[in-house]
Design a protein around this ligand. Structure first.
Ligand SMILES: [Zn+2]
Length: 359
């Protein structure tokens, strides 16, 4: 820890600047600045920032501290991780500037946490794609065909990549094309990796931290293309701290669930490590809605083992592939809530036995 010069980090990261970069609008009044607090539902600007003492205090919820405390709290990080984030991922004893130039030709590495600049790039990309979706009738028609309407498009900030708007935009905003490439937004030749795809971002507040793209037909491989960053849970903020949580498999299953206002998240596949389920700690009831196939049933058995008798399994009707498939049926929504009601009244023991595929 002594490797970090904390005072220097605070000086290099003016608190008002960092808080603004998290998307909070601060307005000056005298020597202080005020904005809406991100740590409680703030209708008034209760968050006061004191640039002179490099500190903040919320008159609504009492949150307070310095720039490191702010980053820790906002991103849910430990002290050291917050320092690293502010230090922009550079090793603590290396200087700024020159070091980055020297690294330019090295192979892209995958940082474990995103720097503020990374988040700005991803958020810019998501904003550009979101804008483009509304101008692309084919992409809107594709979503409509899968039962994803305007409300979900807005709520989930869905987008579309036309293949040429992003690099121009990043250049105009002087954001790093190199980082955009390393994170998997651009190809080496500057082309856009999500070209021709509907894009589903994963948001933290107003910021994008990840995205996955799906082409408008099935001719392209892979069907789902993510970034070159660790794949997160999709919909984390919809389920965090909730008592009733729905867990599903794929991106469009998730979107269908959002359309039904469920507190739902998608594992984006079936392989999941136990530690990634920590967000379910507080959930009293976990509904599993997995694909109606062998892999989906195996995932259900595995997750039931991890999560215990809080689990209720929602079994899709015969012939229905997955939740998104159900959502496209005229009575899909009604059927789903009937299945939830039935699952709720089941006894956990029987359910586990039921979920194990017969061999
Ligand atoms: Zn507050």
């Amino acid at each position: 820890m002594s490797l970090y010069d904390i005072d220097q980090i605070k000086q290099r990261n003016p608190i008002e600047e960092i808080i603004s970069r998290y998307g909070i609008v601060l307005l000056r009044s005298g020597t202080r600045m005020a904005g809406r607090c991100p740590f409680h539902k703030d209708q008034n600007p209760s968050l006061v920032v004191y640039p002179e003492t490099r500190s903040f205090y919320c008159f609504g919820c009492g949150a307070s501290g310095d720039v490191i405390d702010f980053v820790r709290r906002f991103d849910g990080l430990g002290f050291r991780a917050a320092l690293e984030r502010l230090n922009d991922g550079a090793s603590p004893d290396s200087g700024p500037g020159d070091d980055r130039l020297a690294k330019r030709d090295q192979a892209p590495k995958q940082p474990r946490t995103l720097s503020l600049d990374d988040r700005m790039i991803l958020t810019a990309a998501s904003a550009v794609y979101s804008e483009l979706l509304w101008r692309t009738p084919a992409a809107l028609a594709y979503l409509e065909g899968r039962g994803i309407g305007e409300a979900v498009i807005r709520r989930c900030h869905l987008g579309y990549c036309d293949g040429h708007s992003l690099s121009q935009y990043l250049q105009r905003r002087r954001l790093s094309l190199r980082r955009a490439r390393e994170m998997g937004l651009l190809w080496r030749d500057g082309g856009e990796r999500m070209t021709g795809r509907v894009v589903v971002p994963e948001m933290r507040g107003d910021q994008c931290v990840w995205m996955v793209g799906r082409p408008l037909d099935d001719a392209h491989d892979p069907k789902y293309r993510g970034l070159s960053l660790p794949k997160p849970l999709l919909g984390y903020e919809r389920v965090r701290g909730r008592q009733r949580v729905f867990v599903t498999e794929g991106t469009f299953d998730y979107l269908t669930g959002v359309g039904w206002s469920l507190s739902i998240c998608a594992l984006q596949g079936i392989k999941v490590q136990a530690q990634r389920l920590a967000f379910l700690e507080r959930a009293r009831r976990v509904f599993l809605v997995f694909d109606n196939d062998e892999r989906g049933r195996e995932a259900v058995v595995f997750l039931t083992g991890l999560l215990g008798d809080r689990v209720r399994v929602i079994e899709l009707p015969p012939g229905v592939k997955d939740l998104n498939d159900l959502g496209q049926l005229p009575d899909g929504r009604a059927t789903f809530f009937e299945l939830v009601r039935m699952a709720e009244s089941q006894q956990p023991k029987e359910e586990v036995r039921h979920a194990v595929p017969a061999r």
